[in-house]
Design a protein around this ligand. Structure first.
Ligand code: AVJ
Length: 317
């Protein structure tokens, strides 16, 4: 398979250590969600997307396929930049309908991104693909590259990944996207809506245990990359709907009192003490539109699946 250019801006280990130390000192303890996506984490996340309880990916993919011509018409011409592209499986109908001058997937997982780029480039030979490995939540501007020079930019942020951020962080991130994409840009974003607690808790704690394995893999990755000694089996996985925050909180709960070494330091977990692995916030279309407006994005069009599970928003600035 043909290889594609890939720009590597992955955070340094020292950077990661500082972020993890910060997170371990918060109460409750909480780590940045992008740490979940090492090579194994990215594979596990794809397995989550195929679980019967986790319908988000299938519903959104169907909506994108069905609406691709309208979406392309509303986006107009420009280089398509995807934030957190993962395996980049959702973009295919857009690439066919839009035929952009280039497609630029951003993702934290370098090997996963390289494989996705190669596959996509083979399937869409007429669209040059340029991968950028980075923590997109801290990317202030795109690197200089001939494929990007003088181009209008279109953002694509599917999967309700914005849900990993608190409302304040989400607003800041949307503002950062606005600056990064620049005047005249548009942003197509997929947002999961609130649903009954039982359905959401099952989606984030599937019967096959893939969601639990995904969360525990965070400890395995920290052990490897930051010289830790977590015992993943000493933590229980939990996903609970917190209606007052309109979010699922995913956490690893310490089964007993234990000391853990990590990044050259040592931490105590009390019995029942939690480490939040990620939040997944859910927004009604109205609540999301208000959040986007606060970050400088005007609504242009909006689509929903027939059951009203999620919404796709096309924003402009
Ligand atoms: C990638 C953040 C959109 O919140 O639905 C799914 C992550 N974690 N199951 C989500 C996730 C466990 C997912 N996002």
């Amino acid at each position: 398979m043909r290889t594609c250019p890939l720009i590597d801006l992955h955070p340094e280990t020292a950077d990661m250590a500082a972020l993890v130390t910060d997170g371990m000192e918060q109460r409750p303890r909480q780590l940045p969600a992008w740490l979940l996506y090492d090579a194994q984490g990215s594979r596990l996340f794809e397995a989550i997307c195929a679980q019967p309880e986790y319908t988000l990916t299938r519903v959104e993919t169907a909506l994108l396929e069905q609406r691709a011509p309208e979406l392309a018409a509303s986006l107009g011409k420009g280089v398509l930049v995807e934030f957190g592209a993962g395996s980049a499986r959702k973009v295919a109908p857009l690439l066919r309908a839009l035929q952009p001058p280039a497609y630029v997937p951003l993702d934290i997982s370098a090997d996963h991104l390289a494989a996705a780029c190669a596959e996509l480039q083979a399937e869409h030979p007429s669209v040059p693909v340029l991968g950028i490995c980075c923590d997109y939540s801290r990317l202030q501007r795109l690197p200089d590259h001939p494929l990007l020079a003088g181009q209008r930019l279109l953002g694509f942020y599917p999967g309700s990944s914005l849900g990993n951020f608190t409302p304040a962080e989400a607003r800041r991130l949307l503002g950062q996207f606005a600056r990064l994409l620049g005047p005249g840009s548009r942003l197509l974003i997929g947002i999961d809506q609130p649903k009954p607690a039982a359905r959401l808790e099952a989606a984030y704690d599937d019967a096959a245990g893939v969601s639990a394995a995904f969360a525990r893999n965070l400890l395995v990755r920290l052990n490897r990359d930051l010289d830790g000694d977590f015992d993943p089996s000493a933590f229980e996985y939990q996903a609970r709907w917190e209606a007052e925050h309109s979010r699922i909180a995913m956490a690893l709960i310490s089964r007993r009192r234990q000391r853990v070494r990590l990044a050259g330091r040592s931490w105590t977990f009390e019995p029942g003490e939690q480490l939040i692995t990620e939040y997944s916030l859910k927004y009604t279309p109205e609540a999301f539109t208000a959040l986007a407006a606060a970050a400088g994005w005007r609504p242009r069009c909006r689509w929903s699946d027939p059951a009203g599970d999620l919404s796709l928003h096309l924003l402009e600035q």
